[in-house]
Design a protein around this ligand. Structure first.
Ligand code: SF4
Length: 462
């Protein structure tokens, strides 16, 4: 089957600087095509299709993003439509390609271990599919920013909790109910610590999709053309008035009680993105591995597809730590799977210094970058002390991290960085406190070794 969708169609219908599958945006190293994956999942067939397509139509390089999507880099001029057709043929596009907006709005973040995590309170798989269908089918959502995003947290141990979302839901136990409720909030993250903002209200799983639809309609009812995200709306409307508007629209009565206000989400454990962990069936395992700086090439993608095919029930998922997770590995295949991931050049343990750094595209691909952040990060990695995590950013936009790393090196000139430090991944003030200016990478390594934060069990949250 071939699809006659042209990259110019999406750009004309929805002008935006944000790349999408249907809207290839130009960068220094060629076009960028962003492929949004439902729940981060990629079938082996799709991985092979992408590997073939990027060899033919792009640079053969793929970045895993901090939203667990894929960014294909270096799309060749004149190859855009052929690349789009190959991706659509592999079932990687939106449900309805006639709706250009449907590609943009597919932003639902879930745990990469959804449906497999032994600690989860709720399997979010089916609900995620409902939300994705809802987002792509309501033509009023054409007005949403491509960055408008939802989070659906099933209470998994492996869950990215520090990326703010326009709307977040998080499974919580409730003393009066056998099934968990979903605590809910706007323009933020689920509360983990006492000082975090409490959940507002809660809804049942069966009301969640209806309530979400009403919330987004409420946003669109109240937003002015300048309000692109829910945080913009909150500057003019109280949270309570937004919730009441959504309740009236949906007929859903959200639940309010003191236990919801007091609820704090169990801390997640990002270290479970690396190595092997037993799944909720008590039998099979999920295995995680990290490519250096979240970047893989077509050969690695083919290797991951083969690994998925080697394990009868396995699924391949991308994670918001810019890493990969293979689920449903039989115990008999566990060692071989770990060895193959290492042979593909992926780190399966935090002992590998490459798990301690992330970097944005940098000056080889982005005109805004002051430095070659990726090359500098590779240079720095071997000198980063254990338990220290560093983010190198070419400019303040922080494309590689949607939260704050313990240390950020912000490029100020080629090979020169200001160093920032914070203890709070939800740091409200930029990258935190500036502790040194204009460092070379060698100088940064010395400062990091001298001032490393105390060891933490929380590895890097890219
Ligand atoms: S953080 Fe800045 S320099 Fe780096 S990729 Fe994003 S826009 Fe470019």
């Amino acid at each position: 089957m071939s699809h006659a969708f042209h990259s110019s169609d999406a750009s004309a219908l929805r002008p935006s600087a944000c790349p999408g599958l249907l809207r290839i945006v130009h960068a220094l190293d060629g076009g960028i095509c962003r492929v949004k994956l439902a729940g981060g999942k990629l079938s082996a067939t799709q991985a092979l299709a992408i590997a073939g397509a990027i060899d033919e139509h792009a640079s053969g390089i793929v970045d895993i993003t901090n939203r667990a999507n894929l960014q294909l880099r270096g799309v060749k001029h004149g190859h855009e439509d052929a690349l789009i057709a190959a991706l659509l043929d592999a079932g990687l596009g939106p449900q309805n390609t006639q709706h250009a907006f449907a590609d943009d709005v597919r932003n639902v973040m879930i745990s990469p271990a959804a449906g497999r995590d032994a600690s989860a309170l709720f399997d979010t798989t089916a609900l995620t599919a409902d939300l994705l269908t809802l987002l792509q089918s309501d033509t009023r959502f054409v007005a949403l920013s491509p960055k408008f995003s939802l989070m659906l947290d099933g209470g998994e141990r492996l869950m990215m909790l520090d990326h703010p979302h326009d709307i977040w839901f998080s499974a919580m136990p409730h003393h009066e109910r056998s099934a968990p409720l979903f605590a809910f909030g706007l323009a933020g993250c689920p509360p983990v610590a006492a000082e975090h903002e409490s959940a507002l209200v809660a809804v049942t799983a069966s009301d969640l999709a209806t309530f979400t639809r009403a919330l987004i309609h409420t946003f669109l009812d109240l937003a002015t053309p300048d309000d692109t995200r829910i945080r913009d709306l909150l500057a003019k409307h109280s949270i309570e008035s937004i919730i009441r508007h959504a309740e009236r629209k949906s007929g859903v009565q959200a639940l309010r009680d003191v236990s919801i206000e007091r609820w704090r989400r169990e801390p997640a454990d990002a270290s479970r993105r690396l190595g092997a962990y037993r799944q909720n069936d008590g039998q099979r395992w999920h295995v995680g591995a990290q490519p250096a700086l979240g970047r893989i090439n077509s050969a690695v993608l083919r290797g991951l597809a083969e690994l998925t095919q080697d394990n009868e029930r396995a699924t391949l998922r991308m994670t918001p730590w810019q890493s990969v997770l293979l689920t449903d590995i039989d115990p008999a295949n566990l060692d071989a799977t770990l060895r193959k991931l290492e042979a593909l050049g992926l780190a399966t343990s935090s002992q590998n210094p490459l798990t301690r750094v992330i970097a944005c595209t940098g000056s080889t691909g982005c005109a805004k970058s002051q430095a070659d952040t990726k090359a500098d990060a590779l240079k720095l990695a071997a000198h980063v002390p254990e338990h220290t995590q560093v983010h190198l950013s070419g400019c303040p936009r922080s494309c590689a991290a949607a939260h704050r790393a313990p240390y950020t090196l912000l490029a100020v000139a080629n090979g020169r960085y200001d160093l920032y430090q914070t203890h709070d991944p939800r740091e409200p003030n930029g990258f935190g406190r500036c502790i040194a200016r204009g460092l070379t990478i060698d100088e940064a390594a010395d400062v990091l070794q001298a001032s490393a934060l105390p060891p933490t069990d929380e590895p890097f949250d890219a």
